[in-house]
Design a protein around this ligand. Structure first.
Ligand SMILES: NC(=O)c1ccc[n+]([C@@H]2O[C@H](COP(=O)([O-])OP(=O)(O)OC[C@H]3O[C@@H](n4cnc5c(N)ncnc54)[C@H](O)[C@@H]3O)[C@@H](O)[C@H]2O)c1
Length: 249
């Protein structure tokens, strides 16, 4: 698909990769529908590019997602790309003996990560794909995964959620391919984002950089380019595109 033919819904569009993808694809002629829970960041985005339409929505609430997808398709019945990008990164070992009185990974933390990183991806895609099929729109679903999908120490919930979205991509590639809808994942490694610097101590990040063959973190635009490849290459389907500088966990 050519970028100028893409009508792209991007979740988590207020910050990081989501914001960068929104601005880039819009500048290349795509119509962009930016979704985020954070109204302020959406306002900043649309100030930077008034041609982007923004939608405030907590995508962990299925009813809100259904209304959101209805509204987007009412505004543009040709919506044909969904980038499930919104996500939260939380770290916790399964058992932390230094944590008292309860050393176990908190159930609330598990629920929080699974709701945003996994359940919301399911809610968004089931509604979006159903509309696409009904409108006979061909296109694709992109799930933003992570290098942690293979299982990263201290990230039970995050790794589980990302591994699951990659599995869903493969399922959807098989189920939706016959309708001309592709489904892929992009798995960034350690990237130079606020989220990475918030989630990791600098010493730990330096350690990951040391282990990365290219000896650096990735840049946000390198994920944007991966998303561009996913959109443009019509035979890329069911696979995960890894953007990690060659690092293997
Ligand atoms: N930053 C990295 O280095 C990195 C590496 C690998 C994978 N990822 C993945 O890439 C994606 C984007 O990461 P980022 O660093 O750009 O994140 P970010 O924190 O900068 O942006 C995430 C956005 O999602 C929004 N969001 C959170 N919960 C939401 C909800 N319930 N409903 C709607 N919007 C919600 C936030 O408001 C925020 O604007 C995530 O899925 C993340 O797991 C990031």
């Amino acid at each position: 698909m050519k970028i100028e033919d893409a009508n792209i819904v991007i979740t988590g569009a207020g910050s990081g990769f989501g914001k960068a993808m929104s601005l880039y694809f819009s500048s290349k002629g795509a119509k962009v529908f930016a979704v985020d829970i954070n109204k302020e960041s959406l306002d900043q985005l649309t100030q930077e590019d008034p041609s982007i339409l923004s939608f405030q929505c907590d995508i962990t609430k299925n009813q809100l997602v259904e209304a959101l997808i209805d509204e987007i398709f009412e505004k543009n019945s040709e919506a044909n790309v969904l980038i499930n990008n919104a996500g939260i990164m939380k770290n916790a070992p399964l058992v932390n003996l230094l944590k008292r009185p309860d050393s176990r990974h908190e159930v609330e933390l598990w629920d929080q990560v699974i709701q945003v990183n996994l359940n919301a991806v399911f809610y968004m895609t089931r509604s979006f794909a159903a509309k696409m099929i009904r409108k006979r729109n061909k296109g694709l679903i992109v799930n933003i995964s992570s290098i942690a999908a293979v299982g990263n120490i201290g990230q039970t919930a995050y790794s589980a959620s990302k591994s699951a979205v990659e599995a869903m991509s493969r399922v959807w590639a098989k189920e939706l391919g016959g309708f001309g809808i592709r489904s892929v994942s992009i798995a960034p490694g350690f990237m130079n984002t606020l989220g990475t610097h918030d989630a990791l101590e600098e010493k730990m990040l330096a350690n990951w950089i040391e282990k990365t063959p290219l000896r650096r973190t990735g840049e946000i635009n390198e994920v944007v380019l991966a998303a561009q490849f996913a959109i443009e290459n019509d035979f890329f389907n069911g696979e995960t595109l890894k953007v990690n500088g060659g690092l293997v966990l």
